[in-house]
Design a protein around this ligand. Sequence first.
Ligand SMILES: NC(=O)C1=CN([C@@H]2O[C@H](COP(=O)(O)OP(=O)(O)OC[C@H]3O[C@@H](n4cnc5c(N)ncnc54)[C@H](OP(=O)(O)O)[C@@H]3O)[C@@H](O)[C@H]2O)C=CC1
Ligand SMILES: CC(=O)N[C@@H](CCC(=O)OP(=O)(O)O)C(=O)O
Length: 345
Amino acid sequence: MRVGIIGANGYSGIELIRLLHEHPHVTLNLIVSHSTSGTPITELYPHLQAIYEEQLETLDTDKMASQVDLVFFATPARVSKDWLPAFAEKGIQCIDLSGDFRLKDPDVYQQWYKAEHTNPAYLQEVTYGLADVYPEKVRRAHVIANPGCYATAALLGLIPLVEKKLISPESIIIDGKSGTSGAGRKPSLTTLFGEVNENVKAYKLGKHQHIPEMEQVLTEVSEEPIQVTFSTHLIPMTRGIMCTIYADLQEAYSAKDVIHTFESYYDSSPFVRVRPEGTWPSTKEVYGSNYCDLGVTVDERTGKVTIVCVIDNVVKGASGQAVQNMNLLNGWDVDAGLRHSPVYP
Ligand SMILES: NC(=O)C1=CN([C@@H]2O[C@H](COP(=O)(O)OP(=O)(O)OC[C@H]3O[C@@H](n4cnc5c(N)ncnc54)[C@H](OP(=O)(O)O)[C@@H]3O)[C@@H](O)[C@H]2O)C=CC1
Ligand SMILES: CC(=O)N[C@@H](CCC(=O)OP(=O)(O)O)C(=O)O
């Protein structure tokens, strides 16, 4: 299959190049950039020398549609909403890594993304690609909204417990921490070494764009409105997200009960690993891989459960899950091109 990447010179684009290079069923036919078209990708990323040396091109929808069967949008929010429908209508499979098609309600999109949705009717056409939870929906889809990175970690840790009614939905608190690659390669004051090093900084409190995304999914799962408290922190590392989730248990469930619920829920997903009781995952244990690792503890005194979820934001939180979705869309092995062990140390 011939694939293309729009936004190929950003962090998630370059991670797609790494993963697709080793994929058994695809050829990366076209890489597109906004401001660096005409430049060989190796000029921006010398580590790709002798691996993938193509030149970045300008976006030409008609030309691209004749050259690819599937396109990944690795562009910032507010870009794909204008471009993606033209590809989908030509029969090209589309996987959007941005938030443009994740929310079903255009008013909610406008509220959280501060822009009007230019293709609101399309929001209903798109499948939310949380690949480990909705593999069957993704298999039947044509256009995928790849979930947000924090939303992926938090939802994988919450959905089984909400669906099986182990926790009180109104009690959910999610404490998120991310490395700086989550903010992309575009230079900014917030991600300067001097700002991040030896520092932990809270940001976007109560305003993060993944709040409505998580609430939309959890509300659908529980069939009653769910709101979450979600806080985000930037920490001095390159890759990785940890979401530590707190909630009240509905009954006196033990850690073993919760672990058993996760194990049976993710029984057929090769990418969600549940830790034995009394151990909790760290971000380094999933670094560079498509795994999401979960650890659980129950405080019998307070009746609360704590779930620790870790992912690599660029792999499971973006490009790896996008490849997993591509595999499902095309009926390939779900782990094709994704069988890497985490890089350790
Ligand atoms: N990094 C991560 O961990 C994750 C990222 N995502 C999402 O993936 C998407 C890409 O993120 P990331 O790779 O980190 O971002 P980067 O800033 O690293 O890259 C963004 C890419 O989009 C292109 N671009 C920027 N502005 C425009 C525009 N107006 N029109 C067309 N193309 C444009 C850039 O091209 P150029 O440089 O040529 O301008 C670049 O290729 C975002 O939506 C992000 O939210 C999702 C989950 C995790
Ligand atoms: C560290 C950092 O800034 N992370 C970004 C992650 C954004 C992302 O990847 O998700 P979207 O696709 O929803 O934009 C943030 O918190 O906004």
